[in-house]
Design a protein around this ligand. Structure first.
Ligand code: RIB
Length: 306
């Protein structure tokens, strides 16, 4: 059987979102405009993005036994994601994120991980049979690093492409780099992972080349409204993106990762996949919320490579 689809290992959170004209300064109280709850979490956002685009998507995560879990599961079910691979932790609450969005659509996020940080390498081992048929394994850093490493090892053992979106950023063990087919950081994440100051395109190139030399096969640096840059042993290429009216940048990176993983799983070239992912992210920033802003295939069919 041909390998197909994307397996996402990652977090799910309930996002508690306030909009405000601007971010408060330390020690300052300001009035906000609105409060809303949205389904979120980088892992679940990426899974929902891929699934809505028509990708066969598996999600492995861990939630608490509480009412937030019920809400989050319902969305995943509605999007056709098999929830039998989501563990329950009886002693931790479901992940929560406190998000402020300002009038420019920029955000600040504090995550309380809860059950997400209880997803163990043993949990992934217990689902290892799922890896034999998937084309792409997609991870982020809202679960323990040991779980990400185990996912990478199993992806490689099973001949799947392994993608790491290193968000929220933390220092990565060098042993992981050899296992990474695609590292997809933003500029801040690249700075911390490479240990090099990022100020401009030259420094992005220098830092990415350093990471390629450590064994990572491709680096795609996401640059917000400037698009993305691809680095591998053959090429360095810039991919500009559409300029749109930004409402909320939350989950734009997740949309990029979910869409890119989906297109790579379909056999697109990395260039085609980046162009498509840029387009999906540029839709997501025009809408409020994380999973609530992910488009469906019908809306974006015309953006697929011909
Ligand atoms: O990337 C956006 C996500 O980061 C939000 O949905 C929030 O839950 C945090 O995980």
């Amino acid at each position: 059987m041909n390998k197909q689809g994307v397996l996402v290992v990652g977090s799910s959170n309930i996002d508690l979102v306030v909009t405000a004209p601007r971010f408060p300064n330390p020690g300052e109280t300001i009035f906000g405009k609105k409060f809303e709850m949205f389904p979120g979490g980088k892992g679940a956002n990426q899974a929902v993005c891929a699934a809505r685009l028509g990708c066969k998507t598996i999600f492995i995560g861990k939630m608490g036994n509480d009412e937030f879990r019920e809400k989050l599961l319902q969305i995943l079910i509605n999007d056709g994601i098999d929830i039998r691979n989501i563990f329950v932790d009886e002693n931790e609450h479901t992940g929560t994120a406190f998000i402020t969005v300002d009038d420019n659509g920029q955000n600040q996020i504090i995550v309380i991980s809860g059950s997400n940080m209880r997803l163990t390498p043993e949990d992934i081992d217990s689902k290892s049979h799922l890896l034999s048929d998937v084309a792409v394994v997609l991870t982020q850093l809202e679960t323990p690093i040991s779980t990400v490493i185990r996912s990478a090892e199993l992806a490689k053992e099973n001949g799947a492409v392994f993608i790491l979106n290193p968000a929220p950023v933390t220092k990565l063990p060098e042993s992981l780099f050899q296992l990474v087919d695609y590292l997809i950081p933003n500029e801040n994440e690249l700075e911390l992972i490479s240990g090099l100051k990022i100020t401009d395109e030259r420094s992005i190139t220098y830092a990415s080349e350093r990471m390629l030399n450590k064994g990572i096969k491709n680096i795609i640096v996401t640059l917000g409204d400037m698009g993305a840059m691809l680095f591998n042993q053959e090429k360095v290429k810039r991919f500009p993106t559409k300029q749109v009216k930004v409402v909320d940048t939350t989950a734009a990176g997740d949309a990029f990762n979910g869409a890119l993983a989906y297109r790579l799983s379909e056999g697109d070239s990395v260039e085609e996949a980046i162009e498509f992912a840029n387009n999906i992210a540029s839709i997501v920033v025009t809408r409020m919320g994380a999973q609530s802003s992910m488009p469906y295939l019908d809306e974006v069919k015309n953006l697929l490579p011909h």
